[in-house]
Design a protein around this ligand. Sequence first.
Ligand SMILES: [Zn+2]
Ligand SMILES: [Zn+2]
Length: 552
Amino acid sequence: MNPGALSLIPLGGLEEVGGLNMMVLQYDDSIIVIDAGLMFPEEYMLGVDFVIPDFSYLVENKRNVKAIIITHGHEDHTGALPFLLKAVPAPIYGTPLTLGLIKEKLREYQIEAEMHPVRPRETISLGPFEVEFIRVTHSIVDGVALGINTPLGRVVHTGDFKVDPTPVDGELLDFHRFAEYGEKKTLLLMSDSTNAEKGGFTFSEKEVRRAFEDIFATSKGRIIISTFSSNIHRIQQAIDVAVMFGRKVILAGRSIVSNAQIALDLGYLRIPRETWLKLEDLKGLEDDKVAIITTGSQGEPMSVLSRIATGEHKQIKIKEGDTVILSAKMIPGNERSIGRIVNHLFRRGANVIYEKVSEIHVSGHASKEELKLMLNLVRPRYFVPVHGEYRHLSIHASLALKQGIPKENIFILDNGEVLEFHEGEVHRAGKVDSGRVFIDGKVAGGVEEMVLRDRMRLAHDGVVIVLLGVEKLTGNIISGPDVISRGFIFEDASPELIADVKEFLSTTIAALDKEIITDSSLLQAKIRSSLKKYLRNVLDRRPLIMPIIMEV
Ligand SMILES: [Zn+2]
Ligand SMILES: [Zn+2]
């Protein structure tokens, strides 16, 4: 890097929507990191729990990292923190709710970190940078944009935002501050491109309340609402409408209870004491007095909603008259698993309301008109669209062009690409290492490492194949479970061990609901997870497990 140069280095978030957000800003030797997010794996990434950006550039320069600044508490902005902090222990700056959510995550990983709570309109000094926090509205409370004063000029990073004129907590986007950056002349704007394809304005979160009210007014049975556990506003609206209709609220699921508790403790959520009941209290309640709020809106196989849908949840059994609301966006790629859950719920007699049939979700990201508004408020000299796939960035870039930013001042960057500001000039200055790192459990590894680990596991613990024949129509097991292994200790162990494993599998499968047995992907997941646990507990081995289901 040139001395006296300001560099912008996106390590993630420019090739994927809703994932891996991580932006590096560097002046001479001083580095600040904006966000450290993860991405959930796509279906082909077998055995991967999630994905984080390759931040080896930061590891190489770790002594220069002054701070990690987090714009808001969504996992696509915070999820890589446990891994980043292990390698690069820098202080974290964020608003109280953001830090509250991060603390919980770090506790899981048993990582200590230095944390500094900040408030909107507060400014902090970090070496050559002065960072101001600016209130935005988004699908999580306490989100901020950043106004960063650097020796070469002002930089504005919007974080994730929409322009919600009637936010649930009354905290508006700080138009004045953004306009001031426009007045004071801003060198560079980085802005959220997620919804750049959508015309008009994004609906206010308040619109969801109207939809909730309609549903509550016409439902006689229990109401189950699933959403993201971080969407405190959505949870608040569900609670408010429940109170309005005299229903008690039960929060079901570990993450939603923990997030609600954090938000409650910090004053971001209000629940009347007599309204919040425990899952155990469900039995004693009349159906029309119940509202259950839970997660699993993306069809995640191990979530509460999925277990409710397939009849596996101990306390919550779906019955005729129940209404289930999936109050979240169907994230592309999840349609099949969501569709499956919806089918199961309908089959059990529930009325299911989801994105395709009702307005029970609004986006947290700005549409075209709001993006133009942001460009007009900040009026930057240079523009870099962020948070999106190439097409989103590209559409956002043409919006900026229409708003009067010259073509040569707009840069669509790749992850890892360095944009350098130096002596009044701007140019692309090569690339640093970047990419995706796959996380399996709590261990990190690159693609090659992942393959290597599979091979090592194969070499070390071998492979166990479970063969099972299922009659699709009835769910009857017509052959198996048979167990074949290669390189696993079965071969030299006693035949009793194989018999034990078969016995274990038969009992496990017999205890499953017919709906799971006839759903081969769910059945595979169940067999894999229970056998994995069994072999680890009994033999302390982790072979590759491959269930093969033959449906006839
Ligand atoms: Zn995001
Ligand atoms: Zn977000």
